[in-house]
Write a protein that binds this ligand. Structure first.
Ligand SMILES: [Zn+2]
Length: 217
């Protein structure tokens, strides 16, 4: 009886663990990863152009995604003019800059699908990857050339101006591709909703198609 119960409990625990996304106790939560000042993403300066794709739907069961998209795209409403003016990407939580790449052409308006190593190809984006206290990582993609402010291995508390939004790599216009990654699990989604994970990783997720809040954890 006890053994059967134990087995049942073990099975229940195993199923619970399988059902949960990889997450530690000290879960890192994020703020919106771009400045919300009035001349930055404030006043409608940025819009969500694509969420993570869940096989044809986004986390909220809407269609704001494209096939195979692994992160969230925040586009500059003002296009290349606004990119030239300068819009600051901010690290979404405290952490360490784990890797970064810079120096690639940053005014792409198409995706060069024939050669991933050429300008505007899949592998020629300027980017930064940050590792957080719970082991999760945030990826900041398509950055403007030579705007990164910190070297690899730099530890930062939340919300520094780390680089500017650009259009390097496979990018059709100035936007930040923000991606959330969990070790042992892979690409995840910071948004929680009916067609995605039930858990949000934002300190304040905000409305669908709106922007998350800027409070740091
Ligand atoms: Zn994207």
């Amino acid at each position: 009886m006890i053994r059967a119960l134990t087995r049942k409990l073990t099975l229940a625990l195993a199923l619970t663990l399988l059902a949960l996304p990889a997450a530690s106790h000290a879960q890192t939560m994020f703020r919106f990863p771009i400045s919300m000042l009035g001349d930055q993403c404030g006043n409608g300066g940025c819009v969500v152009s694509a969420y993570k794709d869940y096989g044809g739907r986004d986390y909220a069961c809407g269609g704001v995604r494209y096939s195979g998209h692994t992160g969230t795209d925040y586009a500059l409403s003002g296009g290349f003019g606004k990119m030239d003016y300068g819009v600051w990407v901010m690290n979404a939580a405290s952490g360490v800059i784990e890797s970064s790449v810079d120096g690639y052409y940053d005014r792409c308006n198409y995706w060069n699908q024939s050669n991933p190593y050429a300008a505007c190809g899949l592998y020629t984006a300027n980017y930064m990857i940050m590792r957080h206290g719970d082991g999760s990582k945030t990826l900041y993609w398509h950055l403007k050339k030579f705007t990164q402010q910190f070297a690899r291995n730099t530890s930062l508390s939340c919300a520094y101006w780390v680089a500017q939004v650009g259009s390097s790599g496979a990018s059709t216009g100035p936007h930040l591709h923000f991606e959330y990654w969990v070790p042992g699990y892979g690409t995840d989604d910071p948004y929680g909703g009916a067609c995605g994970t039930p858990f949000t990783r934002w300190t304040s997720q905000g409305a669908y198609r709106g922007l998350p809040g800027i409070a740091c954890q």
